[in-house]
Design a protein around this ligand. Structure first.
Ligand code: CA
Length: 225
């Protein structure tokens, strides 16, 4: 927040929310940041001033800094708000714990690189690994009911995938909702016009070696129709 009362809430590399509040020099203000899942809500002096959604990190550290500004902080506390905070947007990871299928799986022992490993909430350890690098390998998530889906997050092992699509089931066939190129290392988020579906998949059109995903997160919310 600057001396004009303009504030911003930002995640790594992108802003989440901005606004303006009354600013009184020399008076302490209370800032509360509450997080639940992907949702972040900011309060100043007990009043909700903004919210945003961030998918960059599933866990991390808390710290404070003021850069070049002469801000001061006092009474910093971190608390567990489990069960206290309603989701700001209702969006959540629909794939976690959902039924998953894949075109194939590389296996040393049963299930060790199966599709469920990409739907367990672990972005760094467990992963699905296809058996081949042939075009057309896929990983499918069955949501169990129809949801409004607006983005997916893929976390890839190595950089094998060079072309992929995100597809949603429309009851009769698979429809493209996003055409991806080479996703690169780490986390890749694809946003697309909201689609109502009960199944969604990542179809790998080309890869250098068997594609492998640590996690395939399907972000959406309850469907009201
Ligand atoms: Ca995983």
């Amino acid at each position: 927040m600057d001396s004009a009362g303009k504030w911003s809430l930002a995640a790594v590399g992108r802003g989440l929310a901005t606004g303006t509040v009354a600013y009184v020099p020399g008076r302490w203000a209370r800032l509360d940041l509450k997080f639940q899942g992907y949702n972040a809500i900011a309060f100043i002096d007990g009043k909700k001033v903004g919210s945003g959604v961030d998918f960059t990190c599933l866990s991390g550290m808390v710290g404070l800094g003021s850069g070049r500004n002469p801000a001061e902080f006092d009474d910093v506390a971190v608390g567990d708000l489990s069960g206290e905070l309603p989701a700001a947007t209702g969006m959540r990871n629909l794939s976690r714990g959902a039924r998953a299928k894949a075109s194939s799986s590389w296996t040393q022992t049963p299930g060790d690189f199966g599709p469920r490993q990409a739907c367990d909430g672990d972005r760094t350890g467990t992963r699905w690994n296809a058996k081949t690098g042939d075009p057309g390998e896929w990983l499918e998530v069955d949501l169990g009911a129809r949801f409004s889906v607006e983005r997916t997050i893929t976390t890839q092992f190595y950089e094998r995938i060079t072309a992929y699509r995100i597809q949603a089931w429309d009851g009769a066939g698979w429809k493209d909702v996003c055409i991806g190129g080479k996703p690169g290392p780490g986390i890749r988020m694809d946003e697309f016009p909201t689609v109502v579906t009960d199944k969604i998949r990542c179809l790998v059109d080309a890869s250098d070696g068997p594609p492998s995903l640590y996690e395939f997160e399907v972000i959406g919310k309850e469907c009201k129709n």
